[in-house]
Each structure stands twice: as structure tokens, then as C-alpha cells.
Design a protein around this ligand. Structure first.
Ligand code: ZN
Length: 500
């Protein structure tokens, strides 16, 4: 088995060993999604890579602090420029057709965060140590911007606060973006601030009194630039220096490049020793897009057919998404998905065989144990070597085949070894058994129906002059975040926002 955990570092463009900053422990941050819609399979391919880093490091014996955030403000639609522009993604979603079902932007953020965590559980991703939200760390973001202004790394214009990239020689090191690239990008037709000193400078804070999510700052009302949130949340929970910072390859520039610039200017230290990026996903060889009709959210695949999904085993989806190496572009095909559905059926069969063999307690020597143990070492060794998932999966498939080939002659002692092996493989890769029963969709209308039903019950209680019961129902609605308003036309309700 490999003696070290090594992984490709985008910043140095080399596979390098992961060396704990504090012996025996690992500090790991992975960029989470912007919660403005349902997550698609491409998003989850990179979240699964992060999950596998977490699992592999744990199996290697490291004590891992794993932080992955929820972006619930500040991510603009034109996000491939050094200084993002356009509309806020969350505001745009609220103004769309689907947005009509939400009372306000906070309600939308809450809903898609809940849905994200359901998908997360369904695909057997482990819960992070902390899952912070950008909107819950506003004070730290404002303070970081203030410190960058004080140290001369940032400056103020009428429209916002900008990071001055000329102050940092390393800017561009991660993405390899040259001056020429930047110039090409800056001629694109986007609204820019004429007071900016350099087109490459990016916003730390946007002054905006009309934005739907705004906070008071020393520079008036406004909202943070997207990049600053991950810098401060990583530092808040993991300290100024961490081992690994991960995300999808679309985050290399500008998001991660800007995170490095801000963080390293704040502390004078290396922000993250490793930068790990998962490559894009295609579907049947094509770019995944709604217009090409090949766009799949996680729930499109795993929800039951009655709910409009395809009813696919979530762990088969997970296995498919990890069947290609994270550093190669991945082609998602239904043929691969079908093959993995079959693999998963064999895993289930192996679990059953092993269980019944233990009950039957057929005597005999443990002929399987040693081979399976070697196959576990092979799988772990593959994962420790730059997350070689295809090789790790091959070892698992071989082990399951061996267990099944024993048929009804599987004796009790081999069954005990096989059971332990399946558990260990599950800890490492999360593909043998689901940690949760399928979490069904939290349909917005279910919530509405429940609220409406409780309101009716309360009305009835009031008519019966049972005010104790009526008050109790009002209290439980309040716990659900529902505020009742008695109007001349009857009772109306709204969901409380965090601002109230
Ligand atoms: Zn981030």
C-alpha cells in the first residue's frame, strides 16, 4: 500500500504529497454550490471528488476537518471574468417562472439549500464537519475587506471596493492567465466601473442600495463580492493555512485565483498548499445544456417515476460519476449508468449472501479473507495515488465477484471477512450501502398544504371557542416560520424571512 497520500496540485502542476500542517490532521475546504436551482450531475461530480478526498484521508488515518460552504449571495451571472458582472444568480432565479413559488429571496435560498442537502445524502456524500453559509459570515467578510483597504491592497470607488491586483506579483499563477487573456476578456460587452484602476481588479464589495440582499458596511449598503466569502469561511473554521482547497475546474479562474490574492495578502502566508480541480462533465459526448435537452439534475435521475424522475439507484449514479478519473473530462452515458446499475445489483446480492452465510454458520477455513484484504489495499492504494477511482472500482468489482463465486458454499468465517471488507470498502468509496433511506423531494406545495391544513384547524378551534388549541396551532406554525395575518377577508400567511 502507498505510504503517502498524493494528489495533483493545480498551482504547481504536479502530483505532490499531502503533508499535514498539524501532524495527523488535515484541513480541507471545498467550494460548495450557489443555491439558486437544483444541482446537476456535473456539480455533484466535483462534490463527490471532495467526498472522496475526505474519505480517503480518513481511511489513511488522518483526522480531517472538512468545510464546504453554501453560497447564498453575491454570485453574479457573468462569472468567468476577473471581475464578475451581470445579475445576481439568486435574484435572477427569484424573478424567473420557478421563482414565483417563493415568498422572497431568503425563502428561495432556504429551499434550494434544503434540496442540496437531500441530494447530498441520497448520493451518500458524508456530512462535512461544518457547512457554513455566506450570509452568516457577513461580519468577517466586511472585516476582511476593511483590512485589505488598510493594508493598501484594495481601494474604493463610487461603486464598490476593489482588490488591486498590481499589488500581488503571484496573481495569475494558479490559472496561468496572462495579461493578453485578461485584455481579451475586458473587451467583452459588460458593465464596468470607469473608476477601476485596472480592468483586472475585482470587486470585494459592491455598493448597491437596491439589491434584494444587502448589509450595512462602512461603505454604505451593499453586498460582498463572491470570492471573499470562501477566503473568510476557510480561515474562520480552518485557520490561515490549509492543506487542500478543492472545486470544479470552472472555479480556477476567477474564483480561486481571487481567493488566493485576497487571502495571501491578508495573512502573508500560503492559503492552501494543494489546489484540486475536477474536470468538466459531458453527456453522451455533448456539452450538457437545457437547450440540447441533455441536462440532468440529480433528482431527474433518482426520483421515483411517479415524481417525474427515472427511479435510478442513487448509488449507481454515484458510481457512474466516479467511474472516470477526476482529472480527465468525463463523458456521462446511459450505457455506463446501466452497467453501474448492474454492478450495484451484484453488490446488493453480495451483501445478502454474506448475511445469510453468517446465519447458516457453515464451518470451514477462511479462504477469502486474505485475497479481499489485498483487494482493499489495492483500492486504498489507488485512491491515495491521486484519487484513481477507476482502479479502485476495478478492485471492488473483482472482490464482489469472488464473494459471489463462492455461491452457497460460502462458509461462516469467510462470510465474516467478506462482511468486514464490504464495510471497509463502503467507508472508502460510499458505494456499497446507502447511509440514508431515499430522502424524497421536499415539494414546496407539500409545505403549503400542511400550512393551509393547520390554518383550517385553527379556524375550527376558534369557532369552537377552544382558544388554547388555537394558540397552540399558531405556535407550531410560528416554529415552522409561518406568520399569520388576520385580515377582513380571512387569514393569510407568509413565510418569515431572516430579515424580520
Ligand atoms: Zn468558493
Amino acid at each position: 500500500m502507498a505510504e503517502t497520500f498524493q494528489i495533483f496540485n493545480t498551482r504547481t502542476r504536479k502530483v505532490e504529497p499531502v503533508i499535514p500542517i498539524t501532524p495527523g490532521s488535515l484541513r480541507f475546504y471545498s467550494c460548495g454550490p450557489t443555491v439558486y436551482s437544483y444541482a446537476h450531475i456535473g456539480n455533484f461530480r466535483s462534490f463527490i471528488s471532495a467526498d472522496l478526498i475526505y474519505r480517503t484521508a480518513r481511511e489513511f488515518g488522518l483526522d480531517v476537518s472538512y468545510v464546504t460552504n453554501v453560497t447564498d449571495v453575491g454570485h453574479l451571472t457573468v462569472d468567468d471574468l476577473s471581475d464578475p458582472a451581470g445579475e445576481d444568480r439568486m435574484v435572477k432565479a427569484l424573478n424567473s417562472k420557478e421563482g414565483e413559488q417563493f415568498a422572497n429571496i431568503w425563502d428561495l435560498a432556504r429551499y434550494y439549500t434544503k434540496v442540496l442537502i437531500e441530494d447530498w445524502k441520497n448520493l451518500n456524500l458524508l456530512e462535512p464537519t461544518v457547512r457554513p453559509r455566506a450570509t452568516e459570515h457577513m461580519r468577517e467578510q466586511i472585516s476582511a475587506v476593511q483590512r485589505l483597504l488598510e493594508s493598501g491592497h484594495a481601494y474604493e470607488t463610487d461603486q464598490g471596493i476593489y482588490f488591486d491586483v498590481s499589488k500581488l506579483a503571484e496573481y495569475g499563477e494558479l490559472s496561468g492567465n496572462t495579461e493578453a487573456d485578461e485584455l481579451a476578456q475586458s473587451v467583452r460587452d459588460v458593465v464596468t466601473d470607469s473608476q477601476k484602476r485596472d480592468p483586472r481588479d475585482f470587486a470585494l464589495w459592491k455598493k448597491d442600495e437596491a439589491h434584494l440582499m444587502q448589509w450595512h458596511s462602512p461603505w454604505g449598503w451593499g453586498f460582498p463580492g463572491w470570492h471573499i466569502e470562501c477566503s473568510v469561511m476557510s480561515m474562520s473554521y480552518l485557520g490561515e493555512e490549509i492543506n487542500i482547497h478543492a472545486g470544479g475546474e470552472d472555479l480556477i479562474f476567477p474564483h480561486h485565483e481571487c481567493e488566493i490574492a485576497q487571502s495571501e495578502s491578508l495573512t502573508g502566508k500560503t492559503f492552501a498548499r494543494h489546489w484540486v480541480h475536477t474536470r468538466f462533465l459531458q453527456v453522451e459526448g455533448q456539452k450538457m445544456s437545457k437547450s440540447a435537452n441533455n441536462f440532468y439534475t440529480v433528482r431527474d435521475l433518482i426520483q421515483s417515476q411517479e415524481e417525474g424522475g427515472r427511479g435510478v439507484d442513487p448509488l449507481a449514479v454515484r458510481m457512474t460519476l466516479m467511474s472516470g478519473h477526476y482529472r480527465k473530462p468525463f463523458n456521462f452515458t446511459f450505457e455506463t449508468l446501466k452497467a453501474n446499475i448492474r454492478h450495484r445489483e451484484r453488490f446488493e446480492e453480495a451483501l445478502k449472501r454474506v448475511e445469510s452465510a453468517q446465519e447458516q454458520a457453515l464451518a470451514g477455513p477462511d479462504e477469502l479473507g486474505e485475497t479481499l484484504s489485498r483487494l482493499y489495499d489495492r483500492a486504498l492504494g489507488a485512491m491515495l495515488d491521486d484519487l484513481n477511482t477507476p482502479e479502485a472500482l476495478a478492485a471492488v468489482i473483482e472482490g464482489v465477484k469472488l464473494i459471489l463465486s463462492e455461491g452457497n458454499t460460502l462458509n461462516a468465517s469467510s462470510a465474516v471477512s467478506a462482511s468486514g471488507w464490504l464495510d471497509k470498502i463502503n467507508c472508502l468509496l460510499g458505494i456499497i450501502r446507502a447511509d440514508h433511506d431515499l430522502v424524497q423531494s421536499t415539494d414546496k406545495s407539500d409545505f403549503d398544504q400542511k400550512v393551509e391544513h393547520l390554518i383550517e384547524e385553527r379556524q375550527q378551534a376558534r369557532m369552537d371557542r377552544n382558544f388554547t388549541k388555537a394558540d397552540a396551532i399558531r405556535d407550531s406554525l410560528s416554529i415552522m416560520g409561518v406568520e399569520l395575518m388576520d385580515t377582513p377577508d380571512g387569514v393569510t400567511w407568509k413565510q418569515r424571512s431572516d430579515l424580520d
